[in-house]
Design a protein around this ligand. Sequence first.
Ligand SMILES: Cc1cc2nc3c(=O)[nH]c(=O)nc-3n(C[C@H](O)[C@H](O)[C@H](O)COP(=O)(O)OP(=O)(O)OC[C@H]3O[C@@H](n4cnc5c(N)ncnc54)[C@H](O)[C@@H]3O)c2cc1C
Length: 466
Amino acid sequence: MRVVIAGAGPAGMVAAKLLADRGHEVLVFEKRHVPGGKVSAWKDADGDWVESGLHVFFGAYRNLLNFLHTNGLHDTFDWRPPQMIFASPEHGLAPINFVRGLPAPFNGLAGVATSKLLPWPDKLRMAIGLLRPIFGNQAYIDQQDNQTYAAWHLRHGMGERSLRDVMDTMALSLNFARCDNVSAKLPLTAMLHFAKETDASKMALVKGSPHTRIWLPLSAKLKALGGTVEMNRKIVDILYNPVVNMIDGFVLEDGTIVRGDVYISAMPVHSLRKVLPDALREMPYFGNLRHLKGRPVITVQFFFDRQVTGVNHLLFSSNTDISVYADMANVAPDYSTGGPSIVQFVVAPADTLINQDDETIVEHVMNDFIRLHPIAAEARLRKYTIVRIPNSVYQAVPGVDAYRPDQASPVPNLFLAGDYTQQEFLASIEGAVRSARRCVERVDAYVRLRQSNGHAAQQAASPVLI
Ligand SMILES: Cc1cc2nc3c(=O)[nH]c(=O)nc-3n(C[C@H](O)[C@H](O)[C@H](O)COP(=O)(O)OP(=O)(O)OC[C@H]3O[C@@H](n4cnc5c(N)ncnc54)[C@H](O)[C@@H]3O)c2cc1C
């Protein structure tokens, strides 16, 4: 089978490799100059790496870890002690150390109990308030999708302090918004994963750029299997034949029509919506995608003339606009080993800041950073980079989960992959990998039906979707 894939982000690349492993001819078309999507990296004019976004990987990311391992990429990560370091102007650095030797969820509960992050009454209120989701199940958590996490938290008696100092941080790192702007399902699902598996909270960062560590070797493996990944090749249209309810081709920007037996959109949802023909938009499956909107986020990188953090781990902060950050000179040995700081920030919420000029963004981030690390005021900022992503991951607001589509569409030879499609890991790289696996399972089913029944089966493979 010839499979045409739009988008070389994690979902597209993983789907491509899994399908090439099954013997299919795979063609990937990517609109940007580098693969990797929101996990991409490229060099600037000085030869320094610029990343789309700071990425942390967890022990819970089983599908991603297995995939990398199977593809000989097990040396991608530097694993860190299971620890979350919270930085705040008021309290300095306050770690939560998941206690080794204790099974989940007690490793995390003991970590919160021994941290300086919250006073005892707040710790107790959190422990009691979170009992149900921690010892509960996904079905209960799914039912909470009708309210914000902030409403859920306050309703369960946990108070403002833990909401702002702990849970906002979590919501910001998961979905680039504070708890009053995310569904309760989001933080509760993440907590359930940590609570169920002892090593789920293990954290890793890529040893260097994801470009050299992941996407280049993966592209080479795909090529060795006869696949292709073409850069600067944007899909601008989808050719749909309503008579037989099948896709006839993807149209590229230069007018080329690429044809295959199976088509996969691994584009983000806002990009897919731009290229959907009207006849598909009218189907509820595709029409409902309008409910999934992208969240703005900014990645800023500061290159200092000296070491300013002294921290060799990821840092979280909630009472500033730099929700997650890390000193790449300390955490990514390919970049440097303890040299002058290269601090990469995830700037969120970014709704207002994203439309500001570079100078305003730099000033804003620097002010926040100096509040957290006053020593930075003495350092010279050698240079900075800024990456604005107006539509990053889908906004996980209350009620939206119901509109996340299955990977099989009502058009038998068109499939979707991407973190916004249905899978258990929400908007994350593990979610993107899971979506790719589910997509490939559905392609497998379609191929089997097509082989056994011919064209009649193609019609039968179309799921009945409302
Ligand atoms: C700043 C930031 C930090 C993050 N941190 C983490 C983290 O720590 N841990 C974590 O698990 N997740 C994190 N994420 C989320 C993670 O990056 C995404 O969940 C993941 O990249 C989604 O993969 P995807 O393949 O679904 O989509 P994408 O990565 O968006 O890939 C889609 C690809 O499609 C391409 N494309 C779009 N339109 C077209 C077109 N018309 N034609 C051809 N190609 C097209 C895009 O250029 C892109 O390459 C972060 C995201 C951001 C933005």
